[in-house]
Design a protein around this ligand. Structure first.
Ligand code: HEM
Length: 226
């Protein structure tokens, strides 16, 4: 196991950059019906996109689309493992599922982002200096009692739920509807096959650290499944 602080070197041929560079080069000469081909041949104001831009966008989509959704799925399963009433409701009442998905996103919002302060400013009585980093803790905003009734409680059929799990403003999540679909499909498939399960080892659940929150080890015991 790597020790904290140990530097990991990855050869270019083993890197995600190599994988993407190869794919982009292929699509440049042999376009397919896909996003990389589209970006490789797109122009903005008559200019082609630079290679770095295309590769960066692909990298962003991978980072933004993978850790986030499986964290949301994992946190939802962690919840379901401990709440038999919510499991029953999900199974018996398909109409509740869209509300449940939004409540999972609100209650277990996986993403916290950051910004760099552009210029000296004061916000809510706090001095902020240019180049300071500030966190945007969307999970905390989602538990704001001034914004949500009974904010600290998971309410599976919460109707009014203007959560900010996908952020706000111009950088709001580009993949939010894909994410919703992935979460819905994952839970529907899981619950159809494994309607009853519990944590096999509550102490053994290991959560991620950092900006993307979700369980990384989640031992469950299947009580009833097909
Ligand atoms: C539950 C799953 C997801 C959550 C909670 C989530 C959350 C977020 C949040 C909070 C932001 C805003 C970042 C900011 O304000 O700086 C964001 C941005 C973004 N997300 Fe997601 N995301 C999820 C899934 C996805 C998926 C599946 C994709 C695409 C495959 C995706 C693509 C993006 C992209 C490209 C951005 C950057 C948008 C920009 O900077 O203009 N996300 N996401």
């Amino acid at each position: 196991m790597e020790q904290p602080g140990t530097e990991i070197t990855v050869e270019y041929e083993d890197s995600i950059d190599f994988y993407l560079d190869t794919l982009i080069a292929q699509r440049a000469t042999d376009p397919q019906n896909d996003l990389i081909s589209h970006m490789t041949h797109a122009t903005i104001a008559g200019q082609s996109l630079e290679h770095e831009h295309v590769r960066g966008t692909c990298g962003l989509l991978i980072i933004a689309g993978v850790d986030t959704t499986w964290s949301a799925i994992g946190a939802s399963l962690w919840h379901m493992a401990q709440h038999p009433t919510d499991r029953r409701r999900w199974i018996e009442d398909p109409d509740v599922r869209p509300f449940a998905v939004e409540e999972f996103l609100r209650f277990y919002a996986p993403v916290t982002m950051a910004r760099i302060v552009a210029e000296d400013a004061e916000f809510a009585g706090r001095a902020m200096q240019a180049n300071d980093w500030v966190l945007l803790p969307f999970p905390a905003a989602n538990r704001d009692p001034e914004a949500f009734e009974d904010a600290g409680t998971f309410v599976i059929d919460r109707r009014r739920n203007r959560h900010v799990a996908f952020g706000l403003g111009i950088h709001r999540c580009l993949g939010s509807n894909l994410a919703r679909m992935e979460l819905t499909v994952a839970l529907e498939e899981w619950m159809a096959r494994i309607p009853d399960f519990e944590l096999a080892d509550p102490e053994g659940v290991r959560w991620s650290t950092g900006q993307i929150r979700g369980p990384r080890e989640l031992p469950v015991r299947i009580l009833n499944g097909t």
